[in-house]
Design a protein around this ligand. Structure first.
Ligand SMILES: [Zn+2]
Length: 425
């Protein structure tokens, strides 16, 4: 074997597990495996998980904070206007450099798969070319999936549909959209129809920014579910944000959720961004603006948490840590029950892996040998601590490593190191 991890705890709670890897794949999972390996890691009972996955990101905008100026109001609409000011002065070199820096951060955080939207409304498609280049560069250590995103509106921006088709022809993976940003509700619905039909024709997945609004009448998710079902796109369509659902009438939602489930449409909430950008027109009480995560999970709908933004026109914070995203999602959705907290961990690991359609993701023999050893004993503790990523492993090789937190205390009679785990033993 190339690499052997001893004494791991798995996300499902099994403990004392060894994982043996060779030829880039997991070969065996079990207790006290009688194998030897070139390298052995003692997990010491800590959690070993498949990599973190971000189902919703904007890598063309990331790390551009302050260019050409900062978002002074901190609102979604000023963010979109600011991005419009930045687009004409973007250079491919700078865009690639920022994206590559972000990928370094991601790997160090155990984040090894990202679905990033890329704005296709710039006729030069400069960001598309740049991110396709980045995708090839980072492929050995990170899966980057790209979504053709018409930020200025598919119908509202004259060349958007033609550009979207060009981007797909160049190698972009997924069809995006933004129906709530079209000029009318009717145009929004028409954009959903056009995009779903295009995706069905090309055999592609769909992931739309959908109803990112506090307007309870923004119901494009209903149209998205309708066309997904009509065109047989079950399991391949995702609605991102869906924040209007927070404000919708409860009776309407009770009809809507089974329709989403029946259409096999997945949902992505972006807790850091939703909690800061939604509810901005409210006085008090202020709405939280995140979509109905526990209700959708209870209805059998796949729900992932996305990071959405890191240091860009919309959000001035973030560092690529999906455990921070899960932490915020847990709080905003009040998912504090034991099973609910565990579900928040799944929302940044196996659920988004399913939404992206990643192959070889998981912890069974034959899966890719892609793993993260965390400084925590359980999924809940991992979220509580935003636990250190001791080892990040890709195809059976350690690609990032960080030491345990060691703080020397001067207090007499106390241990010389601090252990943030409960009952460390
Ligand atoms: Zn987004």
């Amino acid at each position: 074997m190339d690499l052997l991890i001893r004494n791991a705890t798995l996300p499902d709670g099994r403990s004392g597990v060894d994982i043996a890897m060779a030829d880039g794949r997991i070969q065996a999972v079990g207790s006290a495996l009688a194998v030897s390996a070139a390298q052995e890691i003692d997990a010491g009972g800590n959690l070993v998980t498949p990599p973190l996955v971000d189902a919703h990101f904007h890598m063309d905008a990331t790390l551009s904070y302050g260019l050409p100026r900062v978002n002074s109001s901190g609102t979604l609409l000023e963010g979109i206007a600011l991005w419009g000011e930045l687009k004409p002065v973007l250079t491919q070199e700078a865009l690639v450099a920022r994206a590559m820096q972000y990928c370094d951060w991601a790997v160090a955080r155990g984040l090894l798969a990202i679905r990033s939207h890329v704005d296709i409304c710039d006729d030069r498609l400069l960001a598309v070319e740049a991110l396709l280049h980045v995708k090839r560069q980072v492929a050995p250590y990170l899966d980057l999936q790209l979504v053709a995103f018409p930020q200025d509106g598919l119908l509202r921006s004259p060349s958007a549909f033609a550009n979207l088709k060009r981007a797909i022809a160049m190698g972009v993976d997924v069809v995006g959209g933004i129906p709530h940003f079209e000029r009318t509700m009717a145009d929004g619905a028409e954009s959903v129809r056009l995009l779903c039909e295009f995706a069905a024709e090309k055999g592609l997945r769909v992931d739309m920014h959908c109803d990112e609004s506090d307007d309870p009448m923004s119901r494009h998710i209903e149209t998205l579910a309708f066309h997904a079902q009509r065109l047989g796109l079950q399991g391949r369509v995702t609605g991102s944000h869906l924040t209007s659902m927070h404000s919708m009438d409860n009776y309407y939602v009770s009809k809507l959720l089974p329709l989403i489930r029946e259409a096999g449409v997945a949902a992505i909430a972006n807790p850091l961004i939703n909690i800061t950008l939604q509810g901005r027109h409210d006085s008090y009480p202020k709405r939280r603006g995140m979509t109905r995560v526990p209700e959708m999970l209870a209805a059998g709908i796949d729900v992932a948490f996305g990071h959405d933004c890191v240091m860009d026109p919309w959000y001035s914070l973030g560092s690529g840590d999906m455990l921070e995203v899960a932490h915020m999602g847990l709080h905003v959705a009040q998912m504090t029950g034991q099973e609910a907290m565990h579900a928040c961990f799944l929302a940044v690991t196996e659920t988004p892996a399913r939404i992206l359609g990643l192959s070889g993701y998981g912890l069974t023999p034959g899966c890719n040998a892609d793993l993260v050893v965390l400084d925590a004993r359980s999924t809940v503790e991992a979220i509580r601590l935003r636990a250190g990523r001791r080892y990040v492993i890709r195809r059976g090789k350690v690609i990032s490593q960080s030491p345990a937190i060691q703080a020397t205390l001067a207090l007499p009679g106390r241990p010389a190191t601090v252990d943030f785990r409960l009952h460390p033993g």
